[in-house]
Ligand binder design. Sequence first.
Ligand SMILES: C[S@@+](CC[C@H](N)C(=O)[O-])C[C@H]1O[C@@H](n2cnc3c(N)ncnc32)[C@H](O)[C@@H]1O
Length: 253
Amino acid sequence: MDSDKFSVAISPKVYIVGAGPGDPNLLTVKALKLIQQADVLVYANSLVPPQILAEMRPDAEKVATANMTLEKIVPLMIAKVRSGKSVVRLHSGDPSLYSAIHEQMVRLSEAQVSFEVIPGISAFQAAAATLQVELTVPAQVQSIILTRISGRTQVPEAEDLASLAAHRASLCLYLSARHVEAAQAQLLQHYPPQTPVAICFRVGWPDEQIKVVPLDQMKVATVTDNLVRTTMYIISPALRAELACSVGIRLRG
Ligand SMILES: C[S@@+](CC[C@H](N)C(=O)[O-])C[C@H]1O[C@@H](n2cnc3c(N)ncnc32)[C@H](O)[C@@H]1O
């Protein structure tokens, strides 16, 4: 790659950057170049692999946000930009999905601090690639729904899981493993019990596990292997071949 043709000039503002699902090789070129140049990197400790942090300038400041609320994080970013620093705020996957960037952008706008959003690969894209499936196979399914079940964050009634299940589309279910029993029950209201479900645990990380099971086994398979932390489900007729030909389990390494 001719790196000159891919140059990115960094300036004092907040860069809201999608870090992808875990595999450092899935960062965009722009994300990597910003990380390499930033004065300050703000990131959630558990969601960013060490290889990405290793790309930072040795003199750059790292701010791990594990114990910080947005009330602390946003003023810190504003203060850094006002002191002339460039801030990279890393989010897992793509920032447009379940990243609470809306609140952050509102506050940055109110403070008249410039920001830019750099997309990343979301968990559903990385999982589909690992599974080697197309989620929009002609004559089977032509729509993808990205959603979650209600938890601490309430899903609007018009989007409840059972009503979305009625479309029988390829449905990518985020943030729902702790409510898997309720999710399975709602999905079964419309999908047949044999519909394939890919349980995608920590895609792109060294301990990645992806299992393909029938929908009526979704809860048991999740609970048996304790796949509740950082898990996304893909429920899709397009996974039928995966369910039939795999023994239902794929393990990395
Ligand atoms: C706060 S949301 C962030 C989503 C992220 N913005 C994205 O685009 O993937 C966290 C949820 O995303 C999913 N997720 C994120 N990274 C994942 C990964 N590497 N493997 C499986 N699921 C993942 C899980 O459903 C997890 O509960």
